[in-house]
Design a protein around this ligand. Structure first.
Ligand SMILES: [Fe+2]
Length: 350
């Protein structure tokens, strides 16, 4: 139906022959459509820029801009507008080419006048269907996106719970993962890492010690110094962490950060003895954040130390244990990070 309670669909008739423009326009106005006319391609594009059209009836052969060029513009800029080509060339090849370019249909001149409303209506029906499909697809995409966010969120929360469960096992590290994540994210921002990299790092920092789930509590909470065997045993936690996460985390970058968070800049760390840039950037950041938080909180084998001592310790170990660029970035952001810490950490930072 063309008439829609005063909200008629707007059609543009583009033809250099005045008699055709007038005849088409009269016929379609009589059918209840709102019609506008243009005598060439340039004028047609100016009108398209100004008004939304449901349909354009477009002559192929015109002086100046060809119908083919106008069609290209419409397909590129006004994809919700249907186009029917008007052609005097009774040539199937041209017609097919234009349909491939995005035209809905073509009419060969001379036009059987009674046929015009039917062809127009058919194109408009097809357009309506396409718009409905598009809306449905966009709606569906939005729903899928929301659902994916929900799944990702609940998955993230499950792993966070697992990290917290670990902290319950290790009485000295309450809140450690969250603080390491906060510090790591601040360092990452200072280093202008991308939002995606920052999210990967935040996640890796939260679960970096998840492998300690596989380590005996008696060793984790040992009051005295560790024997070489015990040290070697506890050092397996970074690989255990990677193994725990591998079946559930597809993101290889996160897995690498967990595996390598105890590598040293000079290559004397574990598990693989990687050095300098070989160590993933995120793992180098977690190493600094981890050390800072470990030293500023009480541990089974020692009391916390002051922020100043930790900073001088970090500086001393820059280029041996830690990446000097990351130590420098950390020292710059430490003021901001400290302000966001829990009361407990703030006390430890004094
Ligand atoms: Fe660790």
């Amino acid at each position: 139906m063309a008439k829609r309670n005063g909200n008629a669909e707007r059609i543009l008739v583009v033809d250099d022959v005045a008699s055709i423009r007038i005849a088409f326009s009269r016929k379609l106005t009589g059918e209840g459509y709102e019609c506008m006319v243009a005598e060439n391609g340039e004028n047609a594009l100016a009108l398209l820029k100004k008004y939304p059209f449901a349909l354009v009836l477009l002559d192929i052969t015109m002086p100046g801009m060809s119908g083919r060029s106008v069609l290209q513009e419409i397909v590129a800029k006004y994809s919700d507008t249907a186009v029917i080509m008007i052609t005097a060339i009774d040539n199937a090849e041209t017609a097919i080419e234009l349909l491939k370019m995005g035209a809905y249909d073509y009419i060969i001149k001379p036009v059987y006048f009674n046929e015009l409303p039917l062809r127009v209506q058919r194109a408009l029906d097809r357009r309506k269907l396409m718009l409905e499909n598009k809306e449905y697809r966009l709606d569906l995409e939005e729903k899928v996106r929301k659902q994916t966010d929900k799944i990702r969120g609940s998955f993230f929360n499950s792993l966070k719970s697992l990290a917290l469960a670990l902290e319950a096992k290790d009485k000295y590290t309450s809140g450690h993962s969250q603080r390491v994540a906060d510090i790591a994210v601040n360092i990452a921002k200072k280093l202008n890492m991308t939002p995606k990299e920052i999210e990967q790092l935040r996640f890796a920092a939260l679960v970096h010690d998840i492998g300690k789930i596989g380590i005996k509590e008696s060793v984790i909470n040992k009051e005295d110094g560790l024997t070489d065997e015990e040290y070697a045993y506890i050092s397996t936690h970074s690989v255990i962490g990677e193994n725990i996460l591998t079946p559930v985390i597809e993101d290889k970058e996160i897995l690498k950060m967990v595996r390598h968070h105890h590598e040293r800049y000079d290559g004397r760390g574990y598990p693989d003895g990687l050095f300098a840039q070989q160590i993933p950037l995120g793992a180098r950041i977690v190493a600094v954040a981890d050390m800072f938080d470990a030293m500023t909180t009480d541990r089974p084998y020692r009391k916390s130390v002051s922020r100043e001592i930790v900073i001088s310790e970090l500086k001393k170990n820059a280029s041996t244990q830690f990446d000097p660029k990351i130590v420098a970035a950390f020292i710059e952001v430490i003021g901001k990070t400290a302000a966001r810490h829990s009361k407990q950490t703030q006390a430890a930072l004094r």
